[in-house]
Design a protein around this ligand. Structure first.
Ligand SMILES: C=C(O[C@H]1C=CC=C(C(=O)O)[C@@H]1O)C(=O)O
Length: 408
């Protein structure tokens, strides 16, 4: 029988630089083929590393309220793969220099933890410049249709009244610099994008994904529920105050469609009491977006399972699929021509101190041995110009490329 035991940790990180400790734990987890996630929430300093001493779990229908503590990682399309859950068996929180650990393990997990801790100690005393990460070999699919042609096809379908909006995406493969180090780049992303959710998800089943997303899908913090409608993109001019930003009619409508989608989800469950704030301009690294926030008090509305219900209704939102959902998804499946995999899926920590924060996996890339695949999409409406949407995806790639190409 697997008896639960509360293992006391024998790891002492004092005297080690935070980056070195993070690097050491990451390296040992990968060596032991453990699934792990690293994240830094928007506007926080603290970096979290969570791992499981078990294989990642497949979840058919996430139940956020009754879930174990862990990290959820879901592809865009449920048909392309299951939603995965890394149960938290070990969670280190790098809060400035303080490191907190939580464990509650079975005896098998405890034995693996002992090996893990022993290896981390060894690794801590070894100077290290680079970490390895999980790589999943995969057949690379290149889209048949040129992106601008795909956008034009979308505009034509909109003019034909097939749907109102679609968000076609593309991918781009780049070579990694010979001195690429995942942890160095991760920390640079955290510094550069204070208001993004910056993450690494690495496991044998999915390989390694790195991202800095600006888009919250949903948050449940005690009894407070939040979601946002994020859309409309322009390049940020750092010399200009964001209050001076002007948006075109096309961008205003594109974002309003995402807000309308969220309000329709509330309508479906007869939820009438919500607070709506916005839209306002927000900074997302090198870009600006329009954002409206929606908040619900789950106690006052007597809706304790709102997180789970809304996760099912919201994903994929019209910020990544289109409006109406079914027709735009059909278009994407029929014409996009490549597997989005975990791009525009969702990810985030679940039930950590009664808080769940799930983000849309944007501005992300999948790391291969020597290459990386970047992903980006753009919201297409009746007034879209193909060249502009193409440039927008290039700007979205730059969120990561600016950091990848910077000196380490
Ligand atoms: C689909 C992406 O962004 C979405 C989120 C914000 C703005 C968007 C836009 O303006 O098109 C997209 O809807 C992406 O980054 O790949």
């Amino acid at each position: 029988m697997n008896q639960k035991q509360s293992a006391t940790s024998s790891l002492d990180f004092s005297g080690y630089e935070k980056t070195h400790a993070l690097r050491s734990i990451f390296q040992v987890a990968v060596n032991l083929e453990l699934p792990l996630a690293v994240w830094r929430s928007p506007h926080q300093k603290e970096i979290n590393l969570m791992l499981s001493f078990n294989k990642v779990k497949e979840v058919e229908r996430p139940d956020l309220e009754t879930s174990d503590k862990g990290f959820i990682f879901s592809p865009f399309d449920p048909k392309s793969g299951a939603t995965l859950f890394i149960k938290s068996d070990f969670h280190v929180s790098f809060d400035f220099d303080e490191i907190i650990q939580h464990e509650d393990l079975t005896s098998r997990e405890g034995a693996l933890q002992a090996e893990f801790l022993k290896n981390v100690k060894q690794q801590l005393s070894t100077p290290q410049e680079k970490v390895n990460y999980h790589v999943k070999d995969q057949a690379r699919t290149e889209a048949d249709l040129d992106y601008k042609d795909l956008v034009q096809l979308g505009v034509k379908a909109i003019k034909n009244n097939e749907f109102q909006k679609v968000v076609p995406a593309r991918s781009k493969t780049i070579s990694l610099n010979a001195d690429f180090d995942l942890i160095t780049k991760y920390l640079q992303l955290c510094d550069a994008y204070a208001n993004a959710f910056v993450s690494i998800v690495s496991m044998p089943e999915t390989g390694t994904w790195l991202g800095a997303t600006p888009e919250l899908l949903l948050e449940v913090n005690h009894s407070q529920f939040k979601t946002v409608a994020l859309a409309g993109t322009q390049k940020r001019d750092i010399d200009k105050p964001i209050s001076d930003t002007a948006w075109t009619q096309k961008e205003i409508e594109e974002q309003a469609l995402v807000s309308r989608y969220i309000i329709n989800c509330f309508k479906k469950i007869r939820l009438r009491e919500y607070n709506e704030k916005g839209p306002k301009t927000i900074i997302a690294g090198n870009l600006l977006h329009l954002k409206t926030e929606f908040e619900v008090n789950m106690k006052e509305t007597n809706f304790p399972e709102l997180g789970t219900v809304m996760l099912e209704l919201l994903h994929p939102t019209s910020a990544i699929a289109g409006m109406p959902k079914e027709a735009s998804l059909n278009f994407i499946h029929q014409h996009e021509g490549f597997d989005r995999s975990f791009y525009s899926g969702y990810l985030g920590p679940v039930q950590i101190e009664q808080k769940t924060s799930i983000f849309v996996n944007l501005r992300c890339m999948q790391l291969l041995e020597n290459d990386a695949i970047l992903y980006a999409g753009a919201g297409v409406t009746e007034d879209s110009v193909a060249q502009k949407e193409f440039e927008e995806t290039e700007m979205k790639f730059n969120t990561l490329l600016n950091i990848l190409n910077s000196a380490s």
